[in-house]
Design a protein around this ligand. Structure first.
Ligand SMILES: [Zn+2]
Ligand SMILES: [Zn+2]
Length: 353
């Protein structure tokens, strides 16, 4: 057993992690200090090395550290472990990578890992034989390679579909890996922490995917390239989208965020309001703040037309039509004493300064 363990350390790790199902709620790519310690003692790896194999190592780079253990993190595909196996397709693989070195790469759990940057194929997120989500810690005793727990298909024997050469998606994934690895990114000749990039990247999955702000040339181009359309499911989150939809989504968003010019063009072409640019951020990153804050120039008062739009928006959402909300929505300063022209939008009771 031990010899095999060291020739295929990953299967050992996976088998080993499998024993910890109950402790880790079934998502063995996550980790806890005591577990890492136990594993490093048992296998003889340095603690840092074991740690580095877990998704927890993305903390501080991809998302913020949290004291409370919680496996719902941005860009980590949920596996939906229940009753001894994964119910969701959160685990992916490249069969050609498995043939070269048989272990499951940590980055295959990331939502933007939709294709293999080395072999330029789409990753697979299910058993090609029976369609079952992967549960690689469920191991049949007669097997030596990773296989489907249900039908026994060995994943390294799968075929994967090539990514069309015209597509920019592989470059996009490479860029995201690079930012994650380096821990910083550059924007307008300045350097910022990677986490500040990923926060905005996540926000833009909402902007493009859920709010359907899709006035952007490369969306059409990539939809053509891949032969799939970004669908119109408003409520589904980006990590529940099919893998090719995710591929297009991240290709497009990295393109939008690639320069000041692009970001500006996207905002203008889609008539994005400041609230839409900043909503849901607890505190929005500095590089981005610097950029979007100009959309709330206090010296510039909104036109009646813009206020009309804002009122429509509030009504649609069932929100109160008052000064506070109007200021929020337009992202601009509105002086209640000077803007009597706005009054007629309000219900009598709601007129407040
Ligand atoms: Zn590969
Ligand atoms: Zn199968």
């Amino acid at each position: 057993m031990a010899v095999k363990n060291f020739t295929i350390p990953s299967s050992f790790l996976n088998l080993y992690f499998g024993n910890y199902q109950s402790v880790f709620n079934g998502d063995f790519d996550w980790n806890r200090e005591d577990f890492v310690k136990a594993l490093s003692q048992r296998v003889g790896f340095k603690k840092e090395r074991v740690w580095n194999l877990t998704l927890k190592s993305y903390e501080g780079y991809l998302f913020e550290a949290q004291k409370k253990f919680n496996s719902n993190k941005p860009f980590i595909n949920p596996v939906g472990f229940r009753g001894g196996r994964n119910r969701r397709h959160g685990l992916r693989f490249c069969p050609y990578c498995l043939r070269e070195e048989e272990y499951f790469r940590k980055e295959w759990r990331l939502t933007f890992s939709t294709a293999c940057v080395k072999h330029k194929v789409f990753l697979l997120d299910r058993c090609p034989e029976c369609g079952e989500p992967l549960t690689i810690q469920k191991w049949k005793p007669d097997k030596f390679h990773f296989h489907c727990w249900k039908c026994g298909f060995e994943f390294m024997n799968a075929k994967a579909e090539e990514v069309p050469k015209e597509s920019k998606g592989i470059e996009a994934i490479r860029l995201l890996y690079e930012i994650l690895k380096k821990g910083y990114f550059e924007f307008e000749d300045r350097v910022y922490y990677s986490i500040a990039y990923f926060k905005v990247l996540e926000h833009f999955t909402k902007v493009v995917y859920n709010w359907q702000k899709r006035n952007w040339g490369s969306i059409r181009i990539e939809e053509e390239n891949i032969g799939v359309r970004l669908d119109k499911k408003k409520k589904r989150l980006y990590y529940d989208a099919p893998i090719k939809v995710q591929y297009i989504l991240f290709t497009v968003i990295t393109d939008i965020l690639s320069s000041k010019e692009n970001l500006e063009k996207f905002i203008v072409d889609n008539k994005l309001k400041k609230t839409e640019l900043t909503r849901d951020f607890r505190d929005y990153p500095f590089w981005y703040k610097k950029f979007v804050d100009k959309y709330s120039d206090k010296g510039y008062a909104p036109t009646l037309r813009e206020i009309e739009e804002a009122v429509k928006y509030l009504r649609k959402r069932g929100l109160k039509i008052n000064w506070i909300n109007l200021r929020k929505i337009t992202g601009r300063f509105l002086d209640s004493r000077k803007r009597r022209d706005v009054n007629f939008f309000f219900d009598e009771k709601q007129i407040q300064g």
